[in-house]
Ligand binder design. Structure first.
Ligand SMILES: O=C1O[C@H](COP(=O)(O)O)[C@@H](O)[C@H](O)[C@H]1O
Length: 245
């Protein structure tokens, strides 16, 4: 497993480079195995890469991409905070995805109503069906990161971050609003071949440095995420500013 840390002059260069590499990864998987599976994330860079792909996604066959989410807010479907809705606006409404291959987490006004536990269990069932009873080994899991090191909705010193058995859990008291979320857990993230962090801004520098120094996942959840083939940190200069030279 390789760990690569790439530092870019600015956020747009970071996003554009990650988008080009996304095209390479997905088209390679499609050439070798017929399809690709990717886990999307929310946040500023997670959505910016989707906008870049909407502008140019090279030879990706979008009808042969299985699309999942690392986390989402358990709010009504039309709430602008939904990672799913943002991804639809930025990319999925603009490319010919196969609807049956797009797997959003349930909103709070969806099939499970306000029952967040049932919604999380249903997503675990989706993963189990696609992944031989557990979860798929995704080709790519994109991750944004908060200043305190959260990834998906895995926050420091929380049961969700400590989870070792369940693939999907409900979070009822997220420190970052909105409080109710559904998230994949670290064991699922870590079954992905490629795990890519998309991180910009000086407020993220301490967490980036902690992860690179091998911090505990309980303290800095980002430190617990690794791909089975590669882990890539796409950073702008500010996010990299606490790393040793
Ligand atoms: O809460 C969340 O935030 C992170 C990072 O967001 P950013 O705007 O600081 O880049 C995101 O990756 C995650 O999916 C989301 O739920």
């Amino acid at each position: 497993m390789t760990v690569e840390t790439l530092v870019f002059e600015d956020k747009q260069t970071l996003v554009d480079t990650a988008a080009r590499r996304f095209v390479d990864l997905v088209t390679t998987a499609q050439r070798e195995r017929g399809s690709a599976s990717v886990v999307l994330t929310g946040g500023s860079n997670g959505i910016a890469i989707l906008a870049a792909l909407a502008a140019d996604s090279g030879d990706i066959d979008w009808s042969k991409v299985d699309i999942y989410w690392g986390d989402d807010r358990f709010v009504p479907a039309a709430d602008p905070e939904r990672n799913h809705g943002q991804a639809v606006d930025a990319l999925l409404s603009k490319v010919p995805v196969e609807p049956a291959r797009v797997h959003p987490m349930a909103p709070s006004d969806g099939d499970f109503g306000d029952d967040i536990g049932a919604a999380a269990d249903a997503y675990a069932a989706v993963l189990a069906e696609a992944g031989d009873g557990t979860s798929p080994a995704f080709d790519l899991h994109l991750l944004g990161m908060g200043g305190e090191g959260h990834i998906n909705s895995l926050f420091p010193h929380t049961p969700a971050t400590a989870e070792t058995t369940k693939t999907v859990v409900a979070v009822e008291d997220s420190p970052k609003p909105p409080p109710r979320r559904i998230t994949l857990t670290l064991p699922v993230v870590n079954r992905s071949a490629s795990v890519w962090f998309l991180v910009a801004g000086a407020d993220k520098a301490q967490a980036v440095a902690a992860a690179h120094a091998g911090a505990a996942a309980a303290d800095w959840p980002c430190a617990g995420a690794h791909g089975t083939t590669e882990t890539v940190w796409f950073l702008d200069r500010s996010a990299a500013s606490d790393l040793p030279d």
